[in-house]
Ligand binder design. Structure first.
Ligand code: ATR
Length: 281
């Protein structure tokens, strides 16, 4: 008798217990009645190659990567999609005919959440001020450049890191500003994005004065724990349009799920509430 095995996907990280991805993907598996499972794989960086060469499940169809694997996976893959190449990191692997194909859906998640939350926002509205120069900043930069943003003002506590990014992308639209000028950098901007860990539970808040930001601009904090950071509180109080970080997490998951399980999914309020419960629980 041929008993078909469940399709397996999962998230690979170290540590992994905090990840909301299993909650998110298993919600869709249940909702769409799919014979599959989404697991959490705790894999130390030094064991990543071994994980890939002999995965713990033979019916694995792909996996997500989180800290600290998104960059170190690159040389271990058979193919890397051009957007992932641009971002310099992979968050989604699809296994096809035994070959490992790497993608990055973080920039897609970032931009899709922005456009769905603020349909009036346009890349032509003015400069985007990006705070931070880590992996999340790279995903935001690449998606905004590809969307046709007119200017990016890049600001990081460690300026050399921002300069290094500007060198990598080598695009005249990217201008590096000094950390101490972050409030001034907001003049005539259409979008402010915090991609740093500032504002996360246990971290200091991002100290910035939003007053120079035009009234029509959008404030986007990719931090989602807590959902309402001090930055977003200030944005709400000053009546700016604002976007929280949870939607980016939800939207980056959709294309990965769709490729693995061949099922179109929606990101809606019910899913958001379900994932939020995991955050507070
Ligand atoms: P990720 O890949 O998730 O974006 P990361 O590479 O660790 O994470 O980057 C974290 C970002 O938060 C960096 O831009 C970091 O600034 P530095 O490059 O100067 O380290 C920023 N960050 C973290 N703590 C900070 C703090 N206390 N003040 C200012 N920036 C901070």
């Amino acid at each position: 008798m041929n008993i078909e095995k469940n399709l397996i996907a999962g998230v690979v990280g170290w540590p992994i217990s905090h990840s909301l991805s299993p909650r998110l993907h298993n919600y869709w598996l249940k909702k769409y009645n799919i014979r599959g499972e989404y697991l959490a794989f705790a894999v130390r960086p030094e064991n990543l190659r071994e994980f890939i060469e002999s995965p713990p499940k033979d019916n694995i169809i792909g996996f997500n990567l989180t800290v600290p694997h998104k960059e170190i996976i690159l040389p271990l893959l058979d193919e890397i999609d051009s957007v992932a190449e641009q971002i310099g990191a992979v968050n989604t692997v699809i296994i096809r005919d035994g070959r490992l194909l790497g993608f990055n859906t973080d920039g897609y998640g970032f931009l899709t959440h922005l456009k769905q939350s603020i349909p009036t926002w346009s890349a032509k509205d003015g400069a985007a001020v990006i705070i931070g120069a880590g992996g999340a900043a790279r995903a935001a930069i690449v998606s905004l450049l590809n969307e046709g943003i007119t200017e990016i003002r890049l600001i990081n506590r460690t300026k050399e890191r921002a300069e290094k990014l500007a060198d990598i992308y080598h695009d005249p639209r990217i201008k590096v500003w000094d950390w101490q000028d972050r409030s001034e950098s907001l003049f005539e901007a259409g979008l402010l994005v915090n991609t740093t860990t500032l504002g996360m539970t246990g971290q200091p808040e991002l100290s910035i004065n939003l007053s120079p930001l035009p009234a029509t601009a959008v404030v986007y904090d990719i931090v989602y724990n807590p959902l309402e950071t001090a930055l977003l509180q200030q944005a709400k109080q000053k009546k700016y349009l604002w976007v929280d970080g949870l939607g980016m997490l939800l939207h980056q998951a959709a294309p990965a799920f769709q490729s693995w399980f061949k099922q179109k999914v929606t990101v809606d309020q019910k899913l958001r509430r379900h994932v939020l419960e995991g955050l507070s629980g």
